[in-house]
Structure formats: structure tokens, C-alpha cells
Design a protein around this ligand. Sequence first.
Ligand code: ZN
Length: 236
Amino acid sequence: MPATAANAMQLEGARGSGWWLPSWASRRIAAGVTDRETPPALLIQQLPPSTQSVSAEQVHGAGIAIIEQAAHAERVIPGCDALMTSMAGVALLIRTADCLPIFFAEPARGIIGLAHAGWRGLTQHLPARMVGAFRHAYQVPAEALEVAIGPAIRACCYDVGLEFESRFPGFVQPEEGRRRCDLIGAAVAQLQQAGVRASRIVDVERCTACEPSQWFSLRREGPATGRLTSLIALRP
Ligand SMILES: [Zn+2]
């Protein structure tokens, strides 16, 4: 079942200074995204100066890197599209332009994750694999997880070919000669099937391709467009 409007959360912030998930911020967790006028450094600057950044290389796969050593900090982890940590003071970063940035948190113990999932990552079940990784690496049950899906291309703008009907059964709608795919709905369904509670899945309901003045969209602007940086960190 796709996320409902009741689960939607407005990003809080301002153009040029980045956008934050406000209800997560009160609980030791900082989670946000840049817009096209915000350099990633501006988001990072709002965290303590000792914060170290770790990025995923992003290969459109489903690899998850668990970051538990400071030696990993300030670098790009090769071969993965998702990151997890329980370390305070480490900012996890991914970059997107239409793909889904998916934020994960177990707020009570302070364990966080961030995934970059386009259609390739979704067909490899990256959201469900993240839920499994929380359980295996940290003994976090799916019911304890909170998940938020940031700005991404939505069904309104994501025209696809026939082959997507078998990739995402139930999430491709034919309409007036077009065929449109709801990747957000597919991601939410995966999360719920993996045990995440519907009431704990937030969809910010922002479409990167609908709002070209605010976000970058690969589909709308081509590969030369910029990238949005998503960030999640535990404050020390
Ligand atoms: Zn749209």
C-alpha cells in the first residue's frame, strides 16, 4: 500500500540553506537534503565541527556498508549504495537526482542508515535489505525502525517502458498512451513487507521532476544536471 497523505512530512528549511526532516531532529538525529542552491558543505556546517563524512560510491546495486570505525571516515566506500552506523559524529551521505534517498533510524538506541535506490536498487530489494541489515548487524527489529523517503521522481513524471510491468507489478499505471511507474509506492511496499510499520514510514511527497527550480532531475535535465546530497547523522 503506498504511503498516504497522513504520513507525509514537510521538509523544513529554506532555499539555499537545505531542508531537514523536523520530527527527527528533536531526537539526536539530523537528517536533511540539499536543494539546487545549497552546497553540501552548508548542511555539514550545521553539524558539530568534529563530524566526519562518509559517502557511498553508488553503483546502482544493493550493497550496504556498516561504518563502525573512525578510520572509515572522510571517505567514499566503494561498491555500495547504502550506509549504516551507530557512531555519533559520522555523517552518512548519498547523492541523487530522481533516485530515492531513503533515511532509516532506530531513534531509541541511535542507529541510522541511508540508502540510494533507483529502479535498479529497488529491483534488488535494497529497502528490504536495509531492514535485514539493521536486524543482523544491530539486532534492531523492523518494528523499531523509522523510515523517510526524500525528494525523488514520482509517478507523475516517471514514464517507463513495458519492461517495468514485470519489474514492478502493481506499480505501473497505463494512462493515455503513457505508462507511469510509482517507485515510491514500490519502496513503501518493500518496507512494509519487511516488517516496517506503515505509520513509521514518511514520504515527503516532493517530486524532483515537477519542481525544477528547487531540485535536480536527471530525467528532466539530462546527465549533466547536479545532484542533491542527502545526509543523516547522530549528534554526539
Ligand atoms: Zn512529478
